[in-house]
Structures are given as C-alpha cells and as structure tokens.
Design a protein around this ligand. Sequence first.
Ligand code: FES
Length: 204
Amino acid sequence: MVQRTGYEVNMAVKIITPAYLMKKVKVKMSKSEPTTEMEKTEELTSRRSFFSVLWIGLGIVALMEFIGMVSAFLMPRKKRGSAGNLGTLIDAGSVDKFPKESVTAFIRGKFYLCRLEDGGFLAVSRKCTHLGCTVPWSEKEKKFVCPCHASAFDIRGAVISPPAPRALDVYHLYIENNIVKVDTGKRVKRSGFRTDQVVYAKKA
Ligand code: FES
C-alpha cells in the first residue's frame, strides 16, 4: 500500500472540497467577465442568439409533435386483413353454402347471415335495438326473439313485437366470385326493412 505524506493528503482534500471548486470557478468567471462595453454587447448578443436558437428548436419539436398527432388522427384506419381472422371483412363462404330461408350465425362477426326466400342476402346484427341484448334465432319459431324483454324480429330483422323501436342493424355485404363477404366495420342503422338492403348474387 502506498503511504501518502501529510502534504499530499492536504492537497487531495483541497482538490475535492466544494469551497476549492467554487474558488476555482469564481476565478474563471472573473477572468471571463466582460470588461469593456463592446465585450458586454457581444456577450449580450451571444446570449440572445443562444436563446433564439433554443426557442426555435423547442418550437420545431412542438410543431413536429403536433403534426404527428394531427396526421395520426386524420389517417384512415387500415382494415385488418380479409381472410376472416382479425379483420373487419369476413368471408362468409360461397353462395351455395346457404340454403334459402336460412339463418347462419357468425359468432366472431356478431352477425347472422340471413338468406331470404328469394335468394337474397342480409347480414343482420345480433344486437337488440331495445337495450342491446344478444338476440338468438329460433329455428322453431322462425324469428329472432330477444331474451331480455321479448322483442321479436323476422328473418329480415324487421320488428314483429316491441319494445324494440326499430329493425336490427345490418352490415354491408357484397358478393364477389360467388363468395359472400361481410364488412363488420360498417354497421347500418335502419328504421325498418327495405328491399334495397338485400344483396343478390349475379346470375351467371
Ligand atoms: Fe331486447 Fe329489451 S333488450 S327487448
């Protein structure tokens, strides 16, 4: 182990004490303090330009953040996939898979694919328009009956019995290459059933 002399210890303490450091800083500051009017003006100018640059920098950062927020808000949301996994577009299957006057539940999409007597399709929401209960299809009664307050709807989603105030909502659907596709991202409210809500497969 190296033995230090009293002088060396004293010097080491001097170096690390705050008072010593302050003294050093003061000496440095006093050395760099402007003495003439010209030096004072120069220092004032350099301080001003430093703060100007600082403010401009902060302004740019704030502007970039604002632009980022606005563009994130305005950008259209991407549809997630179309294979029927996570996306809003669901391939329900080929037209021939669904017999006329049938109702097929799509649990994940929260809708029923109803094929009407004339072969047309409707994608009907399973949410009751009264207070939002899930409405099951009764194959026996050939109607949707809400378990909460007994509202009933026909295969087209039109109200048969209140208290439901309007028909079940429908989702946009289209038929492409004989495949029925339902866009569960587009639910449409309707007061009642209209024939133009029904989608038909193009005749070959
Ligand atoms: Fe369906 Fe009330 S929630 S009838």
